[in-house]
Design a protein around this ligand. Structure first.
Ligand code: MN
Length: 390
């Protein structure tokens, strides 16, 4: 069977790993062709990818970068989709069978939703799609018989542990968290960490946004919400354990007390490949677990006071509706401000908490409502920030 792949965010960490996975699948006799690639502004990496994979079209969402790309390159028979509008247009094309959705942040929501409106496979790395739009996404998946397979390593692990099991035999899931680079810092020390300290993740090499989210543990908070929608669980069925080694990628507990875990070395290529080949598995030469030397696996409960983002995410899930959108928008702005050194590390949860506390809305969840809320939360924070920095 031949698959035509579209990658949203092909020049990022998940995107480039996905292309390596596709190389491996094709080397093993499978037939995956790359039909569409997209980037925000990494046009040099995109050009290399075009030379290697000859896609039918590309989207470049940053308009200036798109113009630069057009003036510098002259690829034959390449369709170019310009700007955010172009990306949305591409997402409505029906000539791809697999979508790898790896945009960063809420920017991934609308194009992913468009792509779901067809009977195709969605390999999802953009967790915000489910964090803010889980309820809507689940209805659409059913309506259009799309298949959603998670790429996020924890969710891939749970998906693998659940294969062949009945959901009513599941008592809960346990998401593992490395704890990030600041696990052993005191609350006082956390106040003074730098951007570079926060960008140095002990186990995973990832993009900047998710690396900061891992340091604050908001990443795990978002993953709790993501898991709720992916596996149709109650918030009370989801727990988090600190597992520093990132070897167990998550676990499922069953009603009889049995716990099933999925293990692997921390490398995104495995969950990406699984999302593309499920229910099959395909051999590869990716690094493997080595049990011939001794090593230990450790577990400890998270500190919800020190990592307040985790607590805020759980609270927003319990409030439901639009609250995860508020949480996510405030977090995206907070991370951006932190990376620009306009906010300290411990001010990240403070800013998110105040956004949640100052928000009041009981509107029904819709794409319009999500988009409006996302924009208004961002605008309000930026106005306030301007006021403080005067
Ligand atoms: Mn993850």
């Amino acid at each position: 069977m031949s698959e035509k792949v579209c990658i949203f965010g092909s020049t990022g960490s998940i995107g480039s790993n996905s292309l390596e996975v596709i190389d491996n699948l094709n080397n093993n006799g499978l037939d995956f062709s790359v039909t569409y690639l997209t980037t925000n502004s990494s046009i040099d990496i995109l050009s290399e990818q075009i030379r290697k994979y000859s896609p039918k079209g590309v989207a470049i969402t940053d308009e200036l970068s798109c113009e630069k790309f057009i003036s510098r390159n002259n690829f034959k028979n390449l369709e170019i989709f310009k700007g955010r509008k172009g990306l949305l247009e591409l997402s409505e094309r029906d000539d791809f069978t697999v979508l790898i959705s790896s945009l960063v942040g809420i920017a991934g929501l609308e194009p992913t939703i468009n792509a779901i409106k067809k009977d195709r496979r969605i390999a999802l790395a953009n967790k915000e799609t489910l964090v803010v739009g889980g309820e809507i996404v689940n209805k659409l998946i059913k309506k259009y018989s799309a298949t959603l397979i998670p790429i996020d390593s924890e969710h891939s692990a749970i998906f693998q542990c659940l294969t062949g099991e009945k959901m009513n035999n599941v008592s809960g899931i346990i998401l593992t968290a490395s704890g990030g680079p600041f696990l052993n810092k005191t609350a006082e020390e956390l106040k003074h960490v730098s951007v570079n300290d926060a960008l140095a993740h002990p186990n995973w090499i990832m993009g900047k946004k998710i690396t900061i989210d891992s340091a604050t543990m908001m990443n795990k908070g978002l993953e709790i919400i993501e898991a709720k929608w992916l596996f149709n669980l109650l918030p009370s069925q989801i727990s988090v354990v600190i597992h520093k080694q990132s070897v167990i990628h998550s676990m499922v507990e069953f009603i009889d007390g049995s716990v099933i875990a999925q293990l692997g070395i921390p490398d995104m290529k495995l969950p990406i490949q699984f999302a593309l080949t499920f229910p099959d598995r395909v051999v590869n030469n990716f690094p493997k677990m080595d049990f011939s030397n001794p090593f230990n696996l450790t577990f400890e409960p998270p500190d919800y006071e020190k990592f307040k983002c985790l607590k805020l995410a759980m609270e927003s899930l319990n409030s439901g509706g639009i609250y995860p959108t508020v949480l996510n928008a405030a977090n995206e702005v907070a991370v951006e401000l932190f990376l620009n050194k306009e906010l300290s590390f411990t001010e990240i949860p403070e800013l998110i908490e105040s956004a949640l506390n100052n928000f009041n809305d009981n509107n029904e969840l819709s794409l319009e409502n999500i988009t409006e809320t996302d924009e208004s939360v961002r605008r309000k924070i930026k106005e306030k920030q301007k006021f403080y920095s005067k």
